[in-house]
Design a protein around this ligand. Structure first.
Ligand code: PAP
Length: 357
């Protein structure tokens, strides 16, 4: 029987002392090396704030996460049954987490008893480099990962090239979700400034960038986990080369035809919907449960903190396709279309930037 990712407090604490001490030694050693490494990396200011992003392995990351990423790369051991969601931020991660959780746990929980009603989706599918390796107290610690029941439902924002080797070489499956660059950047532009303000504290003078300035940063690629196009193309190519390992999903497709894509998703992970389930409307129930309209109104997602810098409610805004038309001017659209031609030309991947709900 498929089982839910279990709460950290319920995970066995066996050998915790030794493991903790060993881990602390390892972290201290790594911290010295990592501090030296960080000083040598290219830097940019993030969204015009005093917070810097550092470029490592061709992508931009927060300094505080470099150590998490390197530890994740070095020590994470994938299991053949693992299911990884991977994504560039603000492309539909929260939605896909709730869908994947509901599909894999559908025999355990009817929609009215779903843990999604009482947990933010990020507490059910665990972020690795930002959460588990970032020591988020709501999530398991790295040394508790092996105690999770299969299939483990995990998530990462890092690019394909940076994933730990064992994820690539095992039979673990990867579900990548992407979204058109304009809705993605508009979503980030709304989300990040609040987090930056909380990190910097009230006494720091941070003025969020204009949409024009953020658009520029996005096109330059100097954004968190950026550049966007390299991230997307990295996973796109893998989905073509290894279609049984990497499923490439688009937010827009999921919106347009959720039934079709839920079926694809369930088949891809080896848990197809039976004829009986299809006839009973199980797919539609999952779609309804995971709709932004439903999740946004749940008490757990209206209140509470995801981390000390991010409210649960920040993950649910409009959830629309084509919302960018309110913010992006004609010259910006022209520039993005040219950039897409340069970056995606010949890949077989494209985004329709004329769609609106
Ligand atoms: P993350 O990468 O930080 O986890 P992510 O969930 O990928 O964020 O992106 C949040 C976006 O998904 C928001 O888009 P918006 O700013 O354009 O509105 C959010 O509203 C949207 N979103 C969250 N949950 C859902 C859902 N259930 N269905 C559709 N869209 C959703």
């Amino acid at each position: 029987m498929r089982r839910i990712n279990i709460e950290p407090s319920k995970i066995s604490k066996k050998n915790t002392t030794t493991t903790m001490n060993q881990r602390q030694d390892m972290r201290v050693l790594e911290e010295e090396e990592v501090d030296q490494l960080k000083q040598s990396l290219p830097k940019v200011n993030w969204m015009g704030s005093k917070i810097q992003l550092l470029k490592i392995q061709d992508f931009w990351h927060l300094p505080s996460r470099i150590s998490n990423i390197l530890t994740f790369q070095k020590h994470f051991i994938a299991q053949d049954t693992d299911l990884f969601i991977t994504s560039f931020p603000k492309t539909g991660t929260t939605w896909l987490k709730s869908l994947l959780f509901s599909i894999t746990n559908r025999s355990l929980y009817p929609p009215k008893q779903s843990p999604l009603l009482t947990h933010n989706p990020h507490e059910l599918v665990y972020d690795l480099e930002t959460g588990v390796y970032g020591e988020n107290p709501k999530l398991p610690r790295p040394d508790q990962l092996n105690d999770l029941p299969a299939p483990r439902l995990l998530h990462s924002h890092i690019p394909y090239a940076s994933l730990p080797e064992s994820i690539k070489t095992s039979n673990a499956k990867i579900l990548y979700i992407c979204r058109n660059p304009l809705d993605t950047l508009v979503s980030q532009w709304h989300f990040y400034p609040n987090a930056i303000k909380k990190v910097m504290g009230d006494d720091e003078d941070f003025q969020p960038p204009s949409i024009e300035d953020y658009f520029e940063e996005f096109c330059q690629g100097t954004v968190l986990f950026g550049p966007f196009f390299e991230h997307v193309v990295g996973y796109w190519k893998q989905s073509l080369e290894q279609p049984d390992k990497v499923l490439f999903l688009k937010y827009e497709d999921l919106k347009e035809n959720p039934v079709l894509y839920l079926k694809k998703l369930a088949e891809f992970i080896g848990m197809p919907f039976s004829t009986e389930e299809t006839n009973e409307g199980v797919i539609e129930e999952i779609i309804e449960l995971c709709s932004i309209k439903n999740l946004k109104e749940l008490e757990i997602n209206k209140s509470g903190l995801h981390t000390k810098h991010v409210d649960n409610k920040a993950f649910f805004r409009d959830g629309k396709v084509g919302g960018w038309t309110q913010y992006i001017t004609a010259p910006m659209l022209e520039r993005m279309n040219k950039l897409m031609e340069q970056q995606l030309g010949g890949t077989g991947l494209s985004f329709d930037l004329h769609e609106a709900e």
